[in-house]
Write a protein that binds this ligand. Sequence first.
Ligand code: NAD
Length: 288
Amino acid sequence: MTSLAILGVGKVGGETAFLSAALGLVDEIILHDAYEPILRAQVLDLQHTGIDVTVSTDVAAMREADVFVFAAGTPRTPDIKTRADLLEANIPVAKRCSEHLQGFSGVAITVTNPMDANNYGLWKMMGIDRRQCIGFGGQLDSTRFARFLGEAGVFGPAWVLGEHGEHQVPLFSKAGANLGLDEREAILSRMQGASMEVIRGKGGTVFGPAYHIAMLIRAVLEDRREVLSCSCVLDGEYGLSGCSLGVPARIGREGILGIEEWDLDTWEAAKMAEAGAFVQGLCRRFDD
Ligand SMILES: NC(=O)c1ccc[n+]([C@@H]2O[C@H](COP(=O)([O-])OP(=O)(O)OC[C@H]3O[C@@H](n4cnc5c(N)ncnc54)[C@H](O)[C@@H]3O)[C@@H](O)[C@H]2O)c1
């Protein structure tokens, strides 16, 4: 019996619940949302699929789940330019979330933005092992990077590390891309604007995040031990600590089984250091 708990069942949380059920990843799904009408609607809509999955809204049972997804809080609108701008709005939500999860022994996946800082905050407030806290966003950024690389005629492995935000770090060297600095910056700039185009058009990103979150849930529950770009609380890796940041992490049943330290070229190393310094600044809000 495997169970998935999702806090915040709006666009991303709701779609993640549906996909996890449709893909047969879990036997039980526990949903909770501060807004009762959306919670009720998502439960009914899920039940009306007829998929053989138990759906409950028992908040107290969330701490017993195998995997917990934190997707509650304020999303970006066209007026909110960066994910980091959501920090103050979502800190109280992260605090509330950590209260629900005291004693949690499963694997937590942070989605709510600014995701890296919230992942660090949840880890800190819940007082759990850093291997239990996985921040989601790097898989999605990497897929967007692959598309932009493909348009430039590059089809090597596409990895994005760093912040899930303005300070993302696309690894051109790993992709075997022989592009000049101007071309790198131009692709990076397109990546920074990639989700806003979707937000403007349909009110928020849904399919992309939900699909990759489901793949992350699968990696955990099926103990796949695959390396994915995930935000991890760092303890000296890449020369950084005091933050959670996107790094290549081996993911399995216990969460983060290990962090790989890859060689970065000069441009990438500088971007990674900038990302670290920026996210450390956000994370300090949770050290108060
Ligand atoms: N990491 C990523 O790649 C990624 C991708 C997309 C969205 N996001 C982020 O995920 C979050 C959710 O996005 P969305 O588009 O689903 O938003 P949404 O507004 O559709 O859903 C958010 C839900 O959270 C609920 N909520 C708010 N405060 C709560 C609380 N204290 N307890 C329980 N529920 C609460 C709201 O009622 C709402 O239903 C946002 O912060 C967004 O920026 C992250």
